[in-house]
Design a protein around this ligand. Sequence first.
Ligand SMILES: C[S@@+](CC[C@H](N)C(=O)[O-])C[C@H]1O[C@@H](n2cnc3c(N)ncnc32)[C@H](O)[C@@H]1O
Length: 362
Amino acid sequence: MASKDLNQSLADAKKAKEDEFYTQLTDIERELKHYKKHFRDKVVYCNCDDPRVSNFFHYFSYSFERVGLKKLITTCYKSQDVDLFSQNNSQVALYLEYLGDKNQNMVPDPAEIGAKTLNGDGDFRSPESIELLKQADIVVTNPPFSLFREYLAQLMKHNKKFVIVGNQNAISYKEVFRLIKDNKLWLGHNNGDMSFRVPDSYAPRTTRFWVDDKGQKWRSLGNACWFTNLDLAKRHEDLILYKTYTPEDYPTYDNYDAIEVSKVVDLPVDYDGIMGVPLTFLDKHNPDQFEILGLSGTDYPTTKKYGKKERVVDGVRKKSNTGTLGCVIRADSFGAGTHFDVGYPVKGIYRRLFIRRKGRTS
Ligand SMILES: C[S@@+](CC[C@H](N)C(=O)[O-])C[C@H]1O[C@@H](n2cnc3c(N)ncnc32)[C@H](O)[C@@H]1O
């Protein structure tokens, strides 16, 4: 294995220990209410979900008739920490198919429905799970974040519709961003803060961690996201723009051919060129209004390479020992009287998405 791959695997393995983030029913309801029309007469597969503890199973089994599902399938990975909810951790991979029950008005008991044991370990990449995936119309779950790239790639390979939880950092993974740019993947409705139950074995943390009055441990993320390729009404709503462009209000970059728009609400109504915006833009993106061209630090072209050794003294570039990592730098960082190595202490600004208005005049 190449050392880069090895490092990635080690990083993934480390993170894999912290994959047990259990989604709350309220978060699932708040998101899935926007997709109801998509589920009618469909086979839904939750492939990282122990029906004994998963709120995705709870949501879909409880609302099976109301939503008009055809079939619900869930499978779980055998290492799932079922002790988390004081149940027997049988350390087996389960498989369950539910076809609804017209008379029922409660969440069905997985044992009564007849949860079966899988032959393998329930890995979403295992042949058994892939056979079930092939039957599914829509996949809905919160998958292990450490395997997010692979998880998404598998869904795309099998041409599946999906609604899945992830972390905003995934947007800047090359392969994920390419899907977003090509309008094959987008953000769902509720992105930002989300809280998750975690196993008792998870170590306390100084932030975004608490124990409730029942002794249940919780963690929260400030950058949780729903990723989907199901159409949403909000993707067709125009952002209302009210600012007009002036060169004073919108500085340019030193190394990208675009203007800086540091807040999405400040997007100018009358600018036809390329604009750099924060990633939060994706939450408001309507593909009929804007075109996404690229993301800084990926394969989007810079107009200037700083190289490793460049220094600016009174606005004149000289040899230096430090460099930048392809970050976005405002042109006005290079005024007279400056004396610094590029990258330090010049501040690269956060990652920027490059976008352009559609239907522009030029
Ligand atoms: C973020 S948790 C979410 C659990 C559940 N989907 C929920 O939302 O409450 C991800 C789950 O995926 C399971 N998992 C880890 N690796 C897996 C794999 N290779 N295949 C299937 N599931 C896996 C973990 O055990 C964990 O329970």
